[in-house]
Write a protein that binds this ligand. Structure first.
Ligand code: NAD
Length: 502
């Protein structure tokens, strides 16, 4: 392949305009379906990090003080524009991430739902009022923005994950610095341009491109008041600890290894469909993918047959052509996922369907890995206990419901899980006892809608604040409680050094 040396450079968005980087440091951006490096990403240096934060900091007072009606009009306009042009954004996502266009459009749609929620923000940032708590005394609360807020996002949802946070942060009166993943950075800049078109004042939404240096710049800058992070668990833990040490409010969502439990009474055709959708959609690069099927015997053999039949019909190819599944995001990530299949095999698992040799004719340099099905995976294998984040579905056979539940609860993660059954009592017991943050009952990818909140338990979420919904508005506002009395000789209590009794 000849190398394209005339590549576009993706850079920052600061003060309402593209900001040409002079750092001299870059990272490659690929088209995963061809393996070609299509762009260079500018990686911020310290001066650029400071310029981005300063711009957001300078924009804060003006944005905070703009009337809610004017802020709301801008958010509605952003919503309209995003809805009109969502296919354009989906195509950008596909060109850098590799997921199929229809799935990328679905990602934008889910993000749009948070914008819908943010449009109604005045209702969600109202305070409370209690009249006459003591004679002539009223108590009320107001919710105010934090200031500059930092968002650090992962590669797998370059539009949706930032959209989980910034519509709410902006609606609540904050200014945002978004640090996207280096692997697919263009969606963030595209959304910044859309904000500009919607009339957002310059500096309210900033995109800072970069790597660990940019992240550390956000984590340590005194002007940045909060950090919203989504990514892998070790980095989430680092973010949580470092940002907290620097006095910030933090929400840090980490990795996952989700299990779906199938009881013997479940409809196995429905389960097989859902296992395929969940396990191989977006090439398994979803934090809510079910990567392990716990089959409560005697269903495993019949279920595997049904999953295999369906796998044989799956199409894999360039996401722009809308097959069922696209490539993985980078060659490095593909090799890591392939390494987990090797580990499973070495540890004695049965590789029922092996995607390791898969390639696409005419696009052999793409980052391909075919859908893979593993049976009898030993629980001691790293390929069982760690997050693979690829198109690999593993089957674990258990004898009882309790054995399956214990398995789920013994894992380090607690992001999502699902149970497939027609037994309401079993489903109810599952929802009560399982130690996981998001649960599906006959639903394989139980991502809560925008007006609920998204977040896992254990190593899948550091901090107590989940993404979007009421949690989102709480996270991006700080409350003041005001106790007020208008001095009046009739109710004035005179000098009294104790607590008033009424
Ligand atoms: P990642 O942790 O490698 O990167 C996430 C972000 O952190 C990126 O912006 C990256 O630039 C930055 N980063 C990476 N290494 C860093 C370091 N050493 N110091 C500071 N910053 C660093 O994650 P990823 O590979 O982009 O995304 C996949 C991961 O995200 C998976 O583990 C997946 O489960 C997780 N994820 C979780 C959720 C959730 O809601 N819990 C949602 C989506 C993705």
């Amino acid at each position: 392949m000849t190398e394209n040396t005339d590549r576009p450079v993706v850079s920052h968005w600061v003060d309402g305009a593209e900001f040409t980087s002079s750092s001299g440091r870059t990272a490659p951006v690929f088209n995963p379906a061809t393996g070609e490096q299509t762009k260079d990403l500018a990686l911020a240096n310290d001066a650029e990090i400071r310029a981005a934060i300063r711009s957001a900091s300078d924009a804060f007072p003006g944005w905070r003080d703009l009337s809610m009606a004017k802020r709301q009009a801008i958010i509605f306009k952003f919503r309209e524009l995003l809805n009109e042009r969502k296919l354009e954004l989906a195509e950008i996502i596909t060109s850098e991430h590799g997921k199929v266009v229809s799935d990328a459009a679905g990602e934008v749609q889910r993000g749009l739902e948070v914008v819908d929620l943010a449009c109604g923000f005045p209702h969600l940032i109202k305070g409370d009022f209690s009249e006459n708590v003591s004679t002539g005394v009223d108590v009320y609360s107001i919710k105010q923005p934090l200031g500059v807020v930092g968002i650090i996002s992962p590669f797998n949802f370059p539009a949706m994950v930032p959209l989980w946070f910034f519509p709410i942060a902006i609606a609540a009166g904050n200014t945002v610095v978004l640090k996207p993943s280096e692997k697919d950075p263009s969606a963030a800049v595209w959304m910044a341009k859309l904000w500009k078109e919607a009339g957002l004042p310059d500096g309210v939404f900033t995109v800072l491109q970069g790597d660990k240096q940019a992240v550390d710049g956000l984590l340590t800058a005194p002007e940045v008041r909060s950090i919203s992070f989504v990514g892998s668990t070790p980095i989430a833990q680092y973010i949580y600890e470092t940002a907290a040490k620097h006095g910030k409010r933090v929400q840090a969502l980490g990795g996952a290894n989700n299990h779906m439990m199938v009881l013997p009474d479940a409809d196995l055709d429905l389960v097989a469909d859902q296992a395929i959708n969940s396990g191989y959609g977006s090439a398994g690069e979803r934090c809510m993918a079910q990567s392990v099927v716990i089959a409560v015997e005697p269903v495993a053999d019949a279920l595997i047959d049904k999953i295999r039949e369906r796998m044989a019909k799956l199409t894999v190819g360039d996401g722009r052509d809308n097959p069922d599944m696209g490539p993985l995001v980078t060659a490095q990530h593909r090799d890591k996922v392939r390494g987990y299949i090797d580990i499973a095999e070495q540890d004695g698992a049965d590789i029922v369907v092996d995607g390791r040799g898969f390639t696409v004719d005419g696009a052999e340099d793409g980052f391909w890995l075919g859908p893979t099905l593993i049976d009898n995976i030993p629980l001691s294998s790293k390929a069982y206990s760690e997050e693979i984040f690829g198109p690999v579905l593993s089957i674990v056979r258990v004898q009882t419901f309790q054995e399956g539940m214990d398995l789920i609860n013994s894992g380090q993660f607690g992001n999502g899980t699902a149970i497939f059954t027609n037994d309401g009592g079993a489903a109810r017991r599952f929802q009560n006892e399982v130690e996981v943050g998001m649960i599906g009952i006959n639903v394989p990818i139980p991502v809560p809608v925008a007006y609920h909140s998204f977040g896992g338990w254990k190593q899948s979420l550091f901090g107590s604040a989940k993404a979007y919904g009421v949690h989102g508005f709480d996270f991006f506002t700080q409350e003041k409680a005001i106790t007020s009395r208008w001095l009046d000789p009739a109710t004035h209590g005179g000098i009294n050094l104790g607590f008033p009794e009424n």
